[in-house]
Design a protein around this ligand. Structure first.
Ligand SMILES: [Zn+2]
Ligand SMILES: [Zn+2]
Length: 304
């Protein structure tokens, strides 16, 4: 039998060709498409701003650690934490995503300012992302799927270029009820939010001669803490169920899912009663009658 001639390189089927190293225009194109996906997801600016603003917050922490912050500035930072935190939990979460209560225009305007101090991007994007989370929580269709890991659910998801869908009915339920106050916020949040989150604390602290501390401590450092508390609802109030947790509303649940986190409840104004919230998302209260760490509900109960 005649030996078969060795195939020439150009006879090889394409699949057998050695892979060319991708670099140059290919890598640039991939990067551009990643950036474009993030832009179209509406999270590019937030993702770009996040590391930069952490640097400002770390400088604020340095000012604290080196004793360069007057007590008034410290008090302002502590006071702005629940003020801006309520803008997230009572505003963006309970009102604008779940529409679990009706607010007067004056109250809605106040909540909008409080949310602007928390500076977490446009309200419509926040509400739609959270609606997607509820529609498919802890699955690969959840924007901050806890199955992908603690850090992905905490912050990594903000750098993802993946696209998620929301049923038209759910989209309309959220978007059609957003008021002109929300639309105003979203039209100018790019400069409006930093003005409230960093500029106003600096202006207030300038009253006692400490605009630098106001900007870096009551502004940037307080912003970072509130931002990570919000992230902790996704990373710490979702996860493996703890057997025999006396506080769990749904004692029969298992696997990764929404759960009770007392720490998150304390820091995020009641948001840590998270299993209850996923079962009854329309309830303005964060849990049933058992609790005393539901500051957001307490505020609304007392205001009615
Ligand atoms: Zn959740
Ligand atoms: Zn929710």
């Amino acid at each position: 039998m005649e030996p078969q001639p060795r195939p020439l390189r150009h006879d090889w089927p394409p699949a057998m060709r050695p892979k060319k190293k991708k670099h140059g225009p290919g890598a640039v194109r991939r990067m551009m498409s990643y950036v474009w996906q993030m832009w179209s997801n509406g999270i590019l600016l937030q993702a770009l701003g996040l590391p930069l603003r952490h640097l400002l917050a770390i400088y604020g922490l340095r000012l604290c650690c080196t004793g360069q912050v007057p007590w008034r500035t410290g008090l302002l930072a502590v006071a702005l934490w629940p003020f801006s935190g309520l803008g997230v939990t009572a505003g963006a979460h309970r009102l604008w995503t779940h529409h679990s209560y009706v607010a007067s225009s004056a109250m809605e305007a106040l909540l909008m300012v409080m949310f602007s101090m928390a500076d977490q991007g446009p309200i419509e994007g926040w509400a739609l992302t959270h609606a997607m989370h509820h529609a498919a929580s802890d699955t690969r269709f959840d924007p901050h799927d806890r199955n992908a890991g603690f850090w992905y659910a905490h912050v990594g998801w903000l750098f993802s270029a993946m696209k998620f869908r929301l049923a038209t009915r759910e989209y309309r339920r959220v978007v059609d009820r957003l008021s002109p106050i929300v639309k105003f916020h979203d039209s100018c949040s790019i400069w409006w939010d930093p003005l409230w989150s960093h500029g106003v604390p600096a202006a207030l602290a300038a009253l006692w001669g400490d605009p630098r501390g106001g900007f870096f401590v009551a502004g940037a450092l307080r912003w970072m803490i509130v931002q990570h508390i919000t992230f902790a609802v996704n990373s710490m109030a979702h996860g493996d169920q703890e057997e025999g947790n006396a506080y769990a509303f749904d004692q029969d649940s298992s696997g990764i899912g929404p759960k009770v986190s007392l720490l998150v409840s304390l820091l995020a104004l009641g948001e840590g009663w998270h299993d209850y919230h996923h079962i009854f998302p329309w309830d303005y209260a964060a849990a049933d009658a058992q609790l005393n760490l539901d500051e957001a509900a307490a505020l609304w109960s007392s205001s009615r």
